[in-house]
Design a protein. Structure first.
Length: 285
């Protein structure tokens, strides 16, 4: 036990060292994180607080990389024990309707770890994700997402597969907190600023009465991973379908924002979330 704690402490020190080195050397992502934090929080955070938070984001994602190796090679029984699931009763109630459900997620915590843990503890999930361009990376990503029994749906032209899984009363997971194209996304507020967001979950909620539930992740201090399922976001139908979809999508975005604000160091501030509407924010990067 004492040796195990020593190894864990040494690993933590190594991760901190490598994260600080990455932060110093990777100007592009360092500046993206800094500018995103200043843009999102404004005067809520002092410059010193933003700098400290940006460094912690790099530490989080270096740990994330370490955990990816664990997901690739550790026994599934070990991975299953490291994920704590809260709120699964909301999923059970939604699935009892027989239409499947969409779990909206965010790039918070280690979302890859928790979705595998959920699949191991309860039922497989159909994960919607973009196929990577590089063949080796694409194969590894698909292996990782399917290793625990989950399915992977290619994000590009994946609607047919999404509907097929929903018809079989399955859980479909969609990460919604990345910038999308003008053609593929709607503008809703995120940290009070308009950001392009994928509307597929809101569209299916409006047109097919598919339950949409927020499902967010966080790494705990002891190294385990927490996954919380929240009740469905209600779809209030009016005579204006477009307004209904946009309102539902805004509620999705607000749910993500609330989760990020609770633990901002574990969110993907390295992504150019507002690049369509505010290209000047990332000028020179």
């Amino acid at each position: 036990m004492k040796l195990s704690r020593m190894v864990q402490k040494a690993a933590a020190l190594l991760i901190d060292f490598l994260a600080d080195l990455w932060y110093r050397l990777d100007r592009r992502h360092r500046e993206i994180a800094r500018r995103n934090l200043a843009f999102a929080y404004g005067a809520e955070l002092s410059p010193e607080e933003r700098e400290r938070l940006a460094r912690n984001v790099f530490r989080h994602f270096l740990r994330f990389v370490w955990e990816m190796a664990e997901l690739m090679f550790a026994p599934l029984s070990h991975l299953k024990k490291k994920v704590i699931i809260v709120g699964n009763e909301h999923y059970e109630e939604a699935l009892a309707k027989g239409r499947g459900l969409i779990a909206i997620a965010a790039h918070a915590g280690n979302w890859e770890y928790t979705v595998m843990g959920y699949g191991l503890q309860y039922r497989p999930v159909a994960v919607v994700a973009r196929e990577l361009d590089q063949p080796l990376a694409r194969g590894l990503a698909r292996y990782l997402r399917q290793r625990g029994g989950n399915w992977m749906i290619n994000k590009q032209k994946g609607l047919k597969d999404i509907l097929a899984h929903l018809r079989q009363n399955r859980v479909v997971g969609i990460v919604i907190d990345q910038n999308t194209t003008s053609e593929g996304g709607l503008l809703v507020d995120f940290f009070g600023k308009p950001a392009r967001t994928t509307p597929v979950a809101a569209i299916l909620a409006r047109r097919r009465d598919i339950p949409v539930l927020p499902s967010f992740s966080r790494r705990l201090p002891d190294g385990r991973h927490l996954m919380i399922f929240f009740p469905p976001i209600p779809m209030r139908k009016t005579s204006d379908p477009e307004a209904d979809i946009r309102r539902h999508l805004q509620e999705q975005s607000l749910a993500v924002e609330a989760w990020v604000r609770a633990e901002p160091s574990q969110w993907l501030w390295l992504h150019r979330r507002w690049k369509n509407q505010y290209p000047e924010l990332y000028e020179g990067l």
